[in-house]
Design a protein around this ligand. Structure first.
Ligand code: DX5
Ligand code: ZN
Length: 234
């Protein structure tokens, strides 16, 4: 492995975009340097809100130039993984809180040629990762309780990002990035990146800005500036 730090990626969450004009929303953040498009899928059971399903992902696939990162906040992800994979998801993450057979689900996502992520709610302990850390392609740390955009970042999440990074490293899975989702903006992005987050989700900080393209560019610049210095030459 080279000594250079892994890149930081920005994943604008379209949850806060205008659903009547998603194509333009995606194009704007792509011009601003978005690395991924984060798609929040909610079923009204696991979380109180209801959002979008595979047909919308399929339509977005035609207009996105960057990979789609699909975050499933639903009680029965096993039933829908294939549909989201066929619709064009490049990454699918599932919540550990709803899955008694998480290992099987992670393998099923990978078998579809999709990167498999697992998500921890704010109250879910990092130890929930212990038996799955070496199998995952990434871990998403929720820094708000899932269900809505525009909530306030829970400060303890910074430590949790650090703990998840350490758990992945201990398992030998040093290449799997930590993703952080919820309440991230220009005031705290440097801290989460310094803690080890490599995929930064942001919804309202980007789409509620007057210029989402510029907001993406600024958030990415702040994240890149905060990248931890490379480890001493080995
Ligand atoms: C919350 C979603 C987030 C949400 C983030 O349940 O998982 O992806 O869109 O929005 P902000 O950045 O506004 O907290
Ligand atoms: Zn999300």
């Amino acid at each position: 492995m080279s000594g250079s730090p892994a890149p930081v990626q920005i994943a604008p969450s379209i949850l806060s975009a205008d659903f009547a004009d998603l194509g333009s929303a995606v194009a704007a953040v792509e011009r601003g340097g978005a690395d991924l498009i984060h798609v929040d899928v909610m079923d009204g059971h696991f979380v109180p809100n209801i959002t979008i399903g595979p047909p919308v992902v399929q339509s977005l696939k035609r207009v996105t130039r960057v990979p789609m990162d699909v975050h499933l906040m639903i009680t029965d992800p096993d039933r829908y993984i294939e549909a989201f994979a066929s619709a064009g998801a490049a990454m699918i993450s599932v919540h550990v809180e709803v899955l008694p057979h998480l290992h099987r689900t992670v393998q099923a996502i990978k078998a579809l040629g999709v990167r498999a992520g697992v998500v921890l709610n704010p109250s879910t302990p990092v130890v929930a990762l212990e038996q799955i850390a070496e199998d995952v392609d990434y871990v998403l740390v929720m820094s708000v309780n899932p269900g809505f955009g525009g909530q306030t970042f829970i400060p303890r999440s910074e430590t949790k990002v650090r703990e998840v990074r350490a758990a992945l490293d201990r398992s030998g899975n040093r290449t799997a990035p930590v993703e952080v989702d919820g309440g991230v903006d220009l005031t705290n992005v440097a801290r989460v990146v310094a803690a080890g987050a490599q995929i930064i989700v942001a919804g309202s900080a980007i789409f509620h800005a007057s210029d989402p393209e510029q907001a993406t560019r600024e958030l990415k610049a702040a994240a890149v500036r905060a990248r931890p210095a490379p480890a001493a030459a080995r």
